[in-house]
Design a protein around this ligand. Structure first.
Ligand SMILES: Cc1ncc(C[n+]2csc(CCOP(=O)(O)OP(=O)(O)O)c2C)c(N)n1
Ligand SMILES: [Mg+2]
Length: 790
């Protein structure tokens, strides 16, 4: 660490010197931001605020090198979550972050704990926080960069950028990293850099020494270039001297945990440990002349803290497009009092330690946030330097986040002939999409902007006909061998850069990361894609964190979960999704629906294409089924279907009971209703297409009324209004009954909710519906119970 802070400004300075001053500033600002949040700002609730000074310190040189020297504006960067304060400090130096937000770190309205696209603004390319996902996401955003370019959809004025992740080493423990590595290899992803902050520490522990040898091999096997940034210049110079090889061998062999402990203990301990092993070697000539502090500084001169080494290494790899993993050796907490200590992850400097650090940094009280305080370059020189670095050039007049015009969506989608046919919603989806895939007339633009993807369930989720029409995307043209050999197959799957389906391996996290990346293309590339991903509904759970992550970034896509529930019946008890309707209610920025019939599906599919493009819209999830139902011929109120419910048989005014159903249990509900209506002529039959939208609308109306808008009224309130105040609702779906149980609170009515709360057995529909209490008899029993207790 440079200790020249108190010197007067130098007349002229070189680049490296200024970069070192910037490192100094970033170390100070990131530490101070966290200190301010924890020790200076009033704390109203007594809770720990937290922050990660050690994680920030570890990555200072890497981020300085990247942002102030190497990165170009068109590059997209995912910053490891705990380096959020460093990232914000960098933007503060660029003049792209406000003092107020920096002071509000981890406070409502301040910068978030971890970089957030939605909350921290457009400078953030990728949100991070759930470790591993941001890193893997860069693989898919690189793929999307190629997709958009090869389809000529992006902005022609935008040069192709590199997709870069600054990763914590513990992130490489996450399985989703390896799933993404395999998928990236399959798709021959280019222009991807992962820079690993290899501080050999995670939250609780020191990373085992042998692990990274293995990891390095994995990267190489996946076609990556691996570059290790191990030692800094001072150490390299020492290794070149007589006795230097012994010193190098000693450090190379030093276990990570011992290295960390010695770093924390400092120079005297280094000397003791070194002399115990090297006391008789020529390395003494290197060690002996150094003071304890100098020896400590030499032994911790790792590559990831030597900005010149970092810059030279990154620059040397800048010309090519091969994916590259840089393993930069660092020390967690470098430059701070707890450097190297294994417990430092959440460690915070005490007030006393901060005072010592402040003096060391040459920062006067009251000048803590001053960009130019404590540096030995003049304000003008520093400003000119920062303004001239490549990343400071605005990416476009709009800034880093683009927008893309909406793709026109026709007033209605082509619906297959339904009258008198039996069809499932899944088959209906496949038919409608295949028809769009013809790209005729007003469907042309829509078809061109759709991108489909599926984790190895393309055919079994009925995407096959669409794929036959639009082809599979691959950076290289590859023929369909079966077709060339004239072997009969329903799938004609040629691959080319013009294809519009991305075929993924089974890993569901990759599906959601890809949907996330594809759903961000308007902001990232100025190209509007309409991404559609299909997955077996139960396996939404498998990728759930990545799904929530994608939505948290406000990526826009359409998710098709099919088949779903018990209704997939003989296909396997383990595949029955019963919790997904509840996830649909709880997931933010995701509107979920479950149509029972294809006419509802067509309305919702059209709505999805529109809604996912609107600034105030969101992603959409349709839960579909393979159960074939006789399709009704009827006129539907599209807005009611979209708002979540419509009466199939409206109740009489003051009705005592209604049956409400959702999804493929419609025939059981209708049959039970026929029996019920014989006894209760005023009863109603309600089709619920979205408990999620109903619930959201109800909450919104309650909130609006609380804030004084007394006329606010939600769809569900209007729908239930004809029923008697104490009326009963018997609800049924092929999903957890809690999905509907809340309906009773809307008007103080009583609900008898039906739906499986257990799962796991194969069977046919009659057996399973009976076993889990959602068949006609169960619905009638529930009606009897409901009427008795009125
Ligand atoms: C999926 C997930 N699991 C656990 C955590 C809690 N956590 C936050 S940081 C961290 C360790 C990070 O270590 P590393 O990636 O090496 O970062 P650094 O050492 O640079 O702080 C853990 C376990 C998390 N944020 N996300
Ligand atoms: Mg680490």
């Amino acid at each position: 660490m440079d200790t020249t802070a108190t010197l007067p400004p130098r007349a002229t300075t070189d680049r490296t010197h200024i970069l070192k001053q910037l490192e100094r500033k970033l170390l100070w600002l990131s530490s101070w931001m966290i200190h301010n949040a924890n020790h200076i700002r009033p704390n109203r609730d007594g809770l720990k605020v937290g922050g990660h000074q050690a994680s920030c310190a570890s990555v200072i040189s890497i981020m300085t090198a990247l942002y102030f020297e190497i990165a170009r504006p068109q590059d997209r960067i995912a910053v490891k979550p705990h380096a959020g304060p460093v990232f914000h400090a960098i933007n503060y130096l660029f003049g792209r972050q406000s003092l107020q937000k920096m002071q509000g770190l981890r406070q409502l309205g301040g910068v978030q704990s971890y970089p957030s696209r939605v909350k921290d603004g457009p400078e953030v390319d990728f949100s991070t926080g759930s470790v591993g996902l941001g890193v893997a996401m860069t693989t898919f955003s690189a793929l999307m960069g190629d997709y958009v370019r090869l389809h000529n959809l992006g902005r022609p004025d935008l040069p192709p950028g590199r997709h870069i992740a600054i990763a914590g080493d513990a992130e490489l423990d996450e399985g989703n990293i390896y799933e993404a590595l395999l998928e990236g290899w399959k798709h021959d992803v280019r222009n991807l850099w992962w820079i690993v902050d290899y501080n050999r520490q995670s939250l609780d522990s020191v990373v085992p020494d042998r692990l990274f040898g293995r990891i390095e091999g994995l990267f190489r096997d996946m076609g990556w270039n691996v570059v290790t940034i191990k030692y800094g210049r001072r150490l390299e110079a020492a290794f070149a001297r007589e006795g230097g090889e012994a010193l190098r061998a000693w450090i190379d062999d030093c276990p990570n945990s011992l290295y960390s402990a010695l770093t924390f203990q400092g120079g005297a301990s280094w000397r003791q440990a070194l002399l115990a092993d090297l006391g008789r070697s020529k390395a003494r000539a290197i060690i002996d002349p150094l003071s304890d502090d100098e020896l400590g500084a030499l032994m911790t001169n790792l590559g990831g803290h030597d900005i010149e080494t970092v810059i030279d290494t990154l620059r040397a790899e800048s010309a090519g497009d091969q994916p590259t993993c840089f393993i930069a050796y660092t020390i967690k907490g470098m430059g701070l009092p707890f450097a190297g200590h294994k417990d430092n992850h959440a460690g915070l400097m005490t007030k006393e330690q901060m005072e010592v650090f402040r003096t060391y940094m040459g920062i006067r009280p009251g000048k803590e946030w001053d960009v130019f305080e404590g540096l030995d370059v003049s304000a003008d020189e520093l400003r000119a330097f920062v303004d001239a670095c490549p990343f400071a050039t605005p990416l476009s007049p709009e800034g880093r986040a683009f927008s893309a015009p909406m793709v026109p969506v026709p007033a209605s989608l082509p619906v297959p002939k339904l009258a008198g046919r039996k069809m499932s919603t899944q088959a209906g989806f496949g038919d409608i999409l295949a028809e769009i895939g013809r790209g005729q007339g007003e469907l042309k633009a829509l078809a061109e902007h759709i991108l489909t993807t599926s984790p190895d369930v393309t055919v079994s989720t009925n995407l096959g006909p669409w794929v036959n029409r639009r082809g599979i995307f691959d950076r290289h043209t590859r023929n369909d061998v079966f077709r060339d050999a004239k072997l009969a197959s329903a799938q004609r799957w040629g691959m080319s850069p013009k294809g519009q389906h991305i075929e993924l391996g089974i890993a569901e996290q990759n599906l959601f990361l890809l949907l996330g990346a594809a759903g961000l293309t308007p902001a990232m590339t100025g190209a509007r894609l309409l991404p559609i991903g299909t997955v077996y509904d139960p396996f939404v759970n498998r990728g759930l964190d990545a799904l929530i992550y994608a939505c948290y970034q406000d990526a826009r896509f359409l998710l098709i979960g099919t088949p779903s529930g018990l209704t997939l019946a003989p296909e396997g008890g383990q595949h029955q999704s019963i919790n997904t309707p509840l996830i649909g209610i709880a997931a933010d920025r995701l509107a979920s629906f479950e149509p029972a019939y294809v006419d509802e599906l067509a309305i919702l599919l059209r709505h999805a294409f529109d809604h996912m493009q609107r600034p105030d819209g969101s992603s959409v999830w349709l839960r579909l089924s393979t159960r074939q139902l006789e399709q009704p011929e009827r006129a539907l109120d599209a807005s009611a279907v979209i708002e979540g419910a419509h009466w199939v048989v409206p109740p009489a005014n003051g009705a005592r009971i209604a049956i409400a159903y959702q999804g493929p249990v419609a025939p059981e509900a209708a049959a039970a209703f026929a029996d019920l209506a014989a006894e209760e002529p005023g009863a109603g039959l309600l089709a619920i297409t979205s408990p999620d939208r109903l619930h959201a609308g109800w909450l919104a109306a309650l909130r609006a009324r609380r804030s004084g808008d007394r006329s606010a009224m939600s769809h569900v309130e209007r729908i239930l209004a004809p029923m008697a105040p104490g009326a009963a609702l018997v609800t049924v779906l092929d999903g957890h009954p809690a999905t509907h149980a809340w309906l009773g609170s809307v008007r103080g009515q009583r609900v008898v909710p039906l739906g499986p709360d257990h799962f796991g057995q194969s069977g046919d529909i009659p057996d399973l519906y009976r076993e889990y209490g959602i068949d006609q008899d169960a619905i009638l029993d529930a009606c009897a119970q409901a009427l008795l207790t009125i």
